[in-house]
Design a protein around this ligand. Structure first.
Ligand SMILES: Cc1cc2nc3c(=O)[nH]c(=O)nc-3n(C[C@H](O)[C@H](O)[C@H](O)COP(=O)(O)OP(=O)(O)OC[C@H]3O[C@@H](n4cnc5c(N)ncnc54)[C@H](O)[C@@H]3O)c2cc1C
Length: 456
């Protein structure tokens, strides 16, 4: 880091890359199975052994989903919020598919061993009281998967979906665990195995309970209030809130908060927004918010003094712990929020490294805080902004089109591609495309940091 790095908060390690996170997740999910193999368990045949290994590992993977998606800083510090949510979704799809197939995988061999009794055996095993929790978990899983797949078509609001997702997760964890320890092979033989599932299930349910009941108590003790909501661009708002009390609150530029403006900390209608201010702005915190749907199109209704509850700060899209010879900031649309926060912090620090901002939007009137960005250009020794417009306008100094591979190729020298750190923020499609372009032009994976303005 440059001379100014001493002013940065104590450095933390960047989170795991998606690949490493995936490997860690798979290894964690395998632990119960590996443990089970050290016991004297009766499992007959190759098919049964594979199925047993899969059943145990998939249940462990299901229970590991809770810390992965539970917004716990001690976890997200290592996983990164984007990668954690991406893994949560991808692994969730595989786990759901496996558990949907689970009864069929158990049933199929019976048709080979004793076809004449197979249907009767299946019916009696499904209708015994012992299996009922498994059957309930299975049905809930189907409803839950269908709801996730067809949320938009069914016109289920994001909030209703999130609440039902939370309730579904708790139900599936409890019922699935009960099923595993009542009819699951291993539970019958080794009591310790039951205890392990109960502990893992309790942690999972505890995380959900913490999110819904305990965190709101903390939020209530640390309220914020609205300071102002101003138009920042043709469809963007600048919202500023302020700590309403004397309590410790710190953040790193680039992090985000979930904000709840309902007035009730237990209300689960909360939205994530990246902080657009630098830590020096505390006790005030500001955001740049693009009008997109019900909530973001009604920000004008927020009144100064109105109570705001926040959850966070979250995220690792920060300057912390990263050393590089230069900084590239690439923003699409509302992605300028955390990028501006980082830029403001670099200005406050008097950063001397080269900094380049590439900022894309459809039209020029969507570009926010241009005056301030120009003043930062003057304040910093080596900072330069490139605007990119889908719809170029006469008299506006901007590149036409998207933040394309060609544009990025031309903007950075080979040396810069290899030694700079690249921060990318915007809607998922833009972040995915730009990250791909950066990899293609030779930027090492570990030097690309991204924040998507939606969970994958
Ligand atoms: C980490 C992160 C940081 C973000 N930072 C910013 C920012 O600085 N500025 C900005 O303009 N936008 C930001 N967003 C996006 C912003 O949260 C959504 O645009 C907003 O919540 C949409 O709410 P709505 O009711 O207006 O729109 P809706 O039409 O209800 O939702 C549009 C889409 O936004 C997402 N969404 C809606 N509600 C939520 C919610 N409660 N939690 C998570 N996602 C939701 C869903 O994918 C939904 O399909 C960020 C998102 C994330 C995940």
């Amino acid at each position: 880091m440059s001379t100014s790095s001493a002013l940065l908060p104590p450095s933390r390690k960047p989170p795991l890359t998606f690949r490493r996170l995936l490997v860690a997740y798979v290894l964690i999910a395998l632990v119960p199975y590996v443990w089970s193999t050290t016991q004297q368990l009766e499992v007959r045949g190759v098919y049964q052994s594979i199925l047993t290994a899969l059943n145990i590992s998939m249940l462990a993977a299901l229970l590991a989903q809770y810390p992965l998606s539970g917004r716990i800083n001690a976890v997200t510090r290592y996983t990164g919020v984007d990668n954690g949510m991406l893994l949560h979704r991808k692994a969730g799809e595989i786990i759901a598919l496996f558990f949907l197939l689970h009864p069929f995988l158990i049933i199929i061999p019976r048709f080979f061993i004793a076809p004449q009794h197979a249907l009767g055996d299946i019916w009696s095993s499904l209708t015994t009281g012992e299996s009922s929790t498994g059957v309930f978990a299975w049905v809930i899983m189907i409803v839950w998967v269908l709801m996730s797949m067809y949320r938009d078509k069914l016109r289920i609001s994001y909030e209703s979906w999130r609440i039902s997702h939370g309730i579904g997760l708790v139900a599936v964890a409890i019922l699935g665990t009960h099923h595993a320890i009542s009819v699951g092979r291993h539970g019958r033989y080794e009591p310790w195995f039951d205890v392990m599932w109960i502990v893992l299930c309790s942690i999972a349910v505890g995380i959900v309970a913490y999110t819904y009941f305990i965190r709101p108590i903390q939020q209530k003790k640390q309220p914020f209030k609205v300071v102002e909501v101003e138009k920042a661009g043709s469809n963007d708002w600048a919202l500023t809130i302020e700590k309403d009390g004397d309590f410790p609150f710190h953040f790193d530029a680039g992090q985000f908060l979930w904000i709840n403006t309902s007035g009730n900390p237990y209300n689960r209608v909360e939205h994530p927004f990246s902080i657009a201010s630098s830590p020096s702005s505390l006790p005030r915190v500001s955001f740049i918010i693009r009008e997109l749907g019900d909530y973001t199109s009604n920000l004008e209704a927020l009144k100064p003094g109105q109570r705001v509850f926040v959850d966070g700060p979250h995220g690792v899209f920060t300057l912390n712990g990263r050393s590089s010879s230069g900084i590239a900031l690439i923003a699409g649309g509302a992605g300028i929020g955390p990028i501006l926060g980082i830029l403001r912090q670099l200005r406050d620090l008097g950063e001397t490294k080269p900094i380049r901002l590439i900022y894309g939007n459809r039209q020029f009137d969507q570009m926010v805080f241009q005056e301030e960005i120009h003043s930062i250009e003057k304040a910093l020794s080596d900072f330069d902004q490139t605007l990119v417009l889908e719809q170029p306008e006469d008299g506006v100094d901007a590149q036409a089109g998207f933040i394309s591979q060609n544009l990025l190729e031309g903007a950075f020298s080979t040396d810069q591609k290899e030694s700079w750190v690249f921060y990318v923020c915007g809607p998922p499609v833009m972040v995915e495309a730009v990250s791909d372009h950066l990899r293609t032009i030779g930027v090492p994976e570990k030097q690309i940091l991204f924040e998507q303005l939606a969970f994958a």
